[in-house]
Structures are given as structure tokens and as C-alpha cells.
Design a protein around this ligand. Structure first.
Ligand SMILES: [Zn+2]
Length: 80
């Protein structure tokens, strides 16, 4: 399995996420990307941002790598 390259990074990431209290939440799939709404896993974790006391997590999927600005999806028309 191609794990070697990821090992160190992954370990640091786990420690970091553990410190901010997100590791177990991510492992359970309870954390979604602020931008695309997809579950963020350790594999696709990209960035974390704290804004107005709220934590925003971004994934590294293609659509979210371009520009970390929330976009309105065509399907998302429930309110507003
Ligand atoms: Zn995303």
C-alpha cells in the first residue's frame, strides 16, 4: 500500500486535529467541508479556519482547491 509518503504527514495531521478536537469527529465522518458539503476525511483534509468562533473545514477535492470562497450550488435553493 502506498502509505509511506503519507505516514509522517498523516501522523502530524492526526495530532493537530486531535488538539483542536476534530480527530474523532472526522474519523466518524461528522465533519463536512464548508465549501462543498462533502464529508472531510483524513485523506482529503486540506485546511481549517476559525471565523467568528466557528470552525470551518475545507477538503482538498478539486472543486474546493480552486478558491476557498463558499459557492452556491444550483441545487441549494431552499431559502434565500
Ligand atoms: Zn470541499
Amino acid at each position: 500500500m502506498p502509505k509511506e509518503l503519507r505516514a509522517v504527514h498523516s501522523e502530524e495531521l492526526r495530532q493537530f486535529l486531535s488538539q483542536v478536537g476534530l480527530l474523532s469527529e472526522i474519523e466518524r465522518g461528522n465533519v463536512v467541508c464548508t465549501q462543498c458539503g462533502q464529508p472531510v476525511t483524513l485523506e482529503c483534509f486540506r485546511a481549517i479556519e476559525k471565523r467568528s468562533g466557528k470552525i470551518h473545514v475545507y477538503c482538498s477535492r478539486h472543486a474546493c482547491r480552486v478558491d476557498p470562497v463558499p459557492v452556491k450550488l444550483p441545487e441549494d435553493e431552499s431559502d434565500d
